[in-house]
Every structure is written in structure tokens, then in C-alpha cells.
Design a protein around this ligand. Structure first.
Ligand code: FAD
Ligand code: NAD
Length: 482
């Protein structure tokens, strides 16, 4: 006989596991199906984010940052260290330990909240029926009043550089190198290219990034993107814009390496790399997830079509996270998971898609929320700009970490904050203060009238807010009204 549930969730990434836990907290009988097997062949929860995404990449970013500090930056503080060496297998083992701790954590959260975790591949075969095929091929059927599809995304492949996970790798392979590649090629100067390119550059790789677009980080405020480009150039990330990769060839003998053919304005080029990371975006993973007879609508790129509350066109079926429209970010999926769960329990929860924060975890970090100057100009909106460079922050100078700036944009008539753009140390955490402020419709004056601890990096946010209306104390005021 088929088991019956109030809710069945397919996928246990941040969108799925959060949805499942919140459903169970609200008294709904919930199961969450997950097909992921870890390196040891064990079934684990947490999806891309915990296994091969946000967490392992940050573990490597943190290790490589500490290495660079010890190797190059301690001396400025008078700390003398000699013989700093990198043990790559140890770094990877530590990263794996963090991953295990967190994936086990989700298992524990499922148990504590009475979510039934089921290992296997789920498929929606009717609006109220899901089949699960376990790792031995055995199939069972689950009946559900509501189904939440949270199957996530996978890396996009490009024909000129087919991934073999040995020499040509995707983001998952780039978390597993056993030694520092001498010459590292990266295709795509997006979030993954910059983060993982930074990891290996800090450890000593000579990194070349091949980006198809002429613009660098087109979604980022132009002033911040220009600042970032200068800083990455100082860090010796060789970012080549306007390039088209036309082919790649693996060496047939000797030490494995790859020769990449690419073109740019100047013509055709060839470059040799010991490893090549392909990170040109991700696509929704909707393959074989839904029986077409159910009638759930997908768009031409495979995203499941949903309304603003993540309901599909089929009553009782919802979809959340990377598999639906919007930025492919863990926190966006988590909020959608909570929203769907709460709406199933008759609450009126919404996601504010205008205030999804974005962060690139390079050093310095790049973080933003709301509108860029370019977007405000295109909308014909009159705005004021206030900015503050970290080089004028006492705390940033004390830490010898003073690259970058905070920039705030506020409506010229109402003073309401419309955008916050930061490049600097701890930008992600500084930005979050402005996400909260903007969620409460704060004005630049509200932030200016708020007391900030001294000395702290967040004083740069305070000063930028004061600068919006020409009242900054620790920098000259050049009021910029557009
Ligand atoms: P996923 O995390 O992809 O999870 C989907 C799950 O569904 C998977 O476990 C999959 O196995 C399972 N599944 C799929 N189909 C089935 C099926 N038929 N049956 C059973 N199970 C199924 N985002 C951030 O916000 N911050 C970051 O710092 C960040 N860093 C990243 C770094 C890297 C290297 C990568 C690759 C991504 C990063 N992301 C980051 C993006 C983030 O990982 C994703 O946005 C997030 O994981 C999406 O969550 P999800 O739950 O929608 O899907
Ligand atoms: P991305 O969309 O951020 O960047 C891909 C880049 O590759 C773009 O600049 C694009 O112009 C370029 N590109 C596309 N095709 C190309 C080609 N043929 N040749 C050269 N360049 C090409 O994608 P990503 O870096 O792969 O990351 C995937 C997703 O994962 C992103 O949507 C991102 O939101 C998410 N992610 C987030 C974080 C974070 O929040 N810190 C970190 C990693 C990944």
C-alpha cells in the first residue's frame, strides 16, 4: 500500500530541506526525497549548497586566505613567519570534514523535526503521487496532498571544453584538486570563476580567466565592478574579457594538460593549462523529474514555471530554489521553501524578491542589494549617492585591510534607500545591515541618525549614509545628485 503524506519534497538542498523542516514544524506530515550519494557512496542531505557549493567553496576560500595572510601579509604587522607551506590534501580533508558535519546536521534536523528522509530518486507521476526509486532500483509510491519540487541545478557544459573531471573540471572537480595547478585556466568570469580562481591563485596558481562578455560583472554597479577589476588585476588574476573559447585538446601522453583555443579582438590564441575549470553558469535540473502527463509547465530553458508564491500551474504542486526563475542563490531558495510551507499552513508569507542580497566571496568581498546606479538611471529615477572608502576607516586601516568602499543610493525626493553596494572586507556582513534597513523602508537619514560602534567596519556604512545628504564627518562631502 502507498504511504500517505501531507507534503512530499523532492530534493534536500537549501530550498528543499528548509521547506520540509518548516512544513513539519507546522504540523504537516512530511517526507523529503534525496538521491545524492557522497564520495563514500553514502546517501546525504544538503544538495549542491552543502556538498559541492556554498560551504566547500567557502572552506577553501577561508583556508587559502589564511595561507596568503601568513605568506604575504603578516610581515606588515611585524609577525615573522618562515617556511609557510600548503598541504593541499589536508586542506581538502578539512573541507570534507566541514561538509560532513553540516550534511549530518541536516539529518539531525530532520530527526528532530520528524521529517522522514527517503534516499532515492523521486518523480512526480500525478499531482498527488510521487514514485521513489532507491539506490538498489526498488520502487515505492508515495501519496501527497502537496508536492514541493526542489531538484536544484547542475553546471552548464560547453562543447569546446567537455568536462572529464580530471583535467577539465566543473566547479565540483575544482574543489578536489590534489595539488596546486601551476597554470590554471578558468572559463567564465562569474561568481564561481572569481571565487575558485581566487582560491587557487592565492595558493600559487597562475590563473587566466576567459570571459565571453566585454563587460566585467555586468550585474554589479559599474563603479564597484571597475574597482573590483583593478583589485583582481593587483592579485594577478589575468581576466581576459571578450574571448570566445573555440576548442580544447587534452595531452595524449606525459603530464596531463589541456591546450585551449580562443579568439578575441586581436585574433586567434592558444593557451596551455594544467587544469581548466568550466564555470559558465548552471541550468535547472528538471530532467526526468516530472511525468509530462502531469502537465507541469516548464519554460524553454527547463525552469519550472511558478507564480510569485512558487505555485505551478498544477494545483497542489509547488517548486522552489534553483529550479525556478530568479537568482540561483541558496538564501533565495530557503525563503521560498519557508514561504510555500507557511502558505500551506494558511499563513500569508511572501518573499521580497526586490531585496535578494548577492555576495561574491573574493577578498575583498563584493556585496549588493537593491538597484544599481545604472538601473536607477534607466528608470529615470532621481537619486542621491553617498559613498565612503575603507581607506578612511580607522578599523580597516588597523587591520591593514582597507581596499574598497561602501556606496548607498537613496531616492532624491523621499531619501528612502534604493541600493547598497559594497566592495571590502566583510562586505557580506556589512550589507546585511542595509538589507534589514531596506526591508523596513529606512531612509539614509535613519541610518545617519543610528549610533554605530567605534571602531568598526560598519562605520563606513554610517558615513556613506551621512554622505548621501552631504553630512559625512570623516570624509569631504561632494554631494552627488542624479
Ligand atoms: P540544490 O542545492 O541543487 O539541491 C537540489 C537537490 O535535489 C540535490 O541534492 C539533488 O541531488 C536533489 N535531486 C534532484 N533531482 C532529484 C530527484 N529526482 N530525486 C531526488 N533528489 C533529487 N549560493 C549562495 O547563496 N551563496 C554561495 O556562496 C554559493 N556558493 C556556491 C558555490 C558553488 C561552487 C556552487 C556550485 C553554487 C553556489 N551557490 C551559492 C549556489 C547554491 O549552491 C544554490 O543556489 C543552491 O544550492 C540551490 O538550492 P536548491 O535547494 O534549489 O538546489
Ligand atoms: P555566472 O552566471 O555567475 O557566471 C558565468 C560567466 O560565464 C558569465 O560571466 C558568462 O558571461 C560567462 N560565460 C558564459 N558562457 C561562456 C563561454 N562560452 N565562454 C566564456 N565565458 C562564458 O555562473 P557561475 O559562476 O557558473 O555560477 C553559477 C551560479 O551559481 C550563479 O548563478 C551563482 O548565483 C551561483 N553561485 C553563487 C555564489 C555566491 O552567491 N557567492 C557562488 C558561486 C555560485
Amino acid at each position: 500500500m502507498s504511504k500517505q503524506y501531507d507534503v512530499v519534497v523532492i530534493g534536500s538542498g537549501p530550498a528543499g530541506y528548509v521547506a520540509a523542516i518548516r512544513c513539519a514544524q507546522l504540523g504537516l506530515k512530511t517526507a523529503c526525497i534525496e538521491k545524492w550519494l557522497n564520495k563514500e557512496g553514502k546517501s546525504v542531505y544538503g544538495g549542491t549548497c552543502l556538498n559541492v557549493g556554498c560551504i566547500p567553496s567557502k572552506a577553501l576560500l577561508d583556508t587559502s586566505h589564511k595561507f596568503l595572510e601568513a605568506q604575504q601579509h603578516f610581515q606588515v604587522h611585524g609577525i615573522k613567519v618562515e617556511g609557510v607551506e600548503m598541504d593541499v590534501p589536508e586542506m581538502i580533508a578539512r573541507k570534507d570534514k566541514v561538509v560532513t558535519q553540516l550534511t549530518q546536521g541536516v539529518k539531525g534536523l530532520f530527526a528532530a523535526n520528524k521529517v522522514e528522509g527517503i534516499a532515492g530518486t523521486g518523480k512526480l507521476v500525478a499531482a498527488d503521487t510521487v514514485t521513489v526509486t532507491d539506490h538498489d532500483g526498488k520502487e515505492q509510491q508515495l501519496l501527497a496532498k502537496h508536492v514541493i519540487l526542489a531538484a536544484g541545478s547542475v553546471p552548464i557544459d560547453i562543447p569546446p571544453a567537455p568536462v572529464d573531471q580530471a583535467t577539465i573540471v566543473d566547479s565540483t572537480g575544482a574543489l578536489e584538486f590534489t595539488e596546486v595547478p601551476k597554470r590554471l585556466g578558468v572559463i567564465g568570469a562569474g561568481v564561481i570563476g572569481l571565487e575558485l580562481g581566487s582560491v587557487w591563485a592565492r595558493l600559487g596558481s597562475q590563473v587566466t580567466v576567459l570571459e565571453a562578455l566585454d563587460d566585467f560583472l555586468p550585474a554589479v554597479d559599474r563603479q564597484i565592478a571597475r574597482e573590483a577589476q583593478k583589485i583582481f588585476a593587483k592579485q594577478e588574476l589575468d581576466i581576459k574579457l571578450g574571448t570566445r573559447v573555440t576548442g580544447s585538446k587534452l595531452s595524449k601522453s606525459g603530464k596531463k594538460m589541456v591546450t585551449v583555443d580562443f579568439t578575441d579582438q586581436e585574433g586567434e590564441h592558444q593557451a596551455k593549462f594544467d587544469k581548466l575549470i568550466v564555470c559558465v553558469g548552471r541550468r535547472p535540473f528538471s530532467d526526468d523529474l516530472i511525468d509530462p502527463a502531469v502537465g507541469v509547465q516548464l519554460d524553454s530553458r527547463g525552469f519550472i514555471e511558478v507564480d510569485q508564491h512558487c505555485a505551478t500551474n498544477v494545483p497542489g504542486v509547488y517548486a522552489v530554489g534553483d529550479i525556478v526563475r530568479g537568482p540561483m542563490l541558496a538564501h533565495k531558495g530557503m525563503e521560498e521553501g519557508v514561504m510555500v510551507a507557511e502558505r500551506l499552513a494558511d499563513k500569508k508569507t511572501q518573499v521580497n524578491y526586490d531585496l535578494v542580497p548577492s555576495v561574491i566571496y573574493t577578498h575583498p568581498e563584493i556585496a549588493w542589494v537593491g538597484k544599481t546606479e545604472e538601473e536607477l538611471k534607466a528608470e529615470g529615477c532621481e537619486y542621491n549617492v553617498g559613498s565612503f572608502p575603507f581607506v578612511a576607516s580607522g578599523r580597516a586601516l588597523a587591520a591593514n585591510d582597507a581596499d574598497g568602499m561602501v556606496k548607498l543610493l537613496a531616492d532624491a525626493k523621499t531619501d528612502r534607500l534604493l541600493g547598497c553596494h559594497i566592495i571590502g572586507a566583510s562586505a557580506a556582513d556589512l550589507l546585511q545591515q542595509m538589507v534589514i534597513a531596506m526591508e523596513f523602508s529606512a531612509s539614509a537619514e535613519d541610518i545617519g541618525l543610528t549610533m554605530f560602534s567605534h571602531p568598526a567596519l560598519s562605520e563606513a556604512v554610517h558615513e556613506a549614509a551621512l554622505a548621501v545628504n552631504g553630512h559625512a564627518i570623516h570624509i569631504g562631502n561632494r554631494k552627488r545628485r542624479r
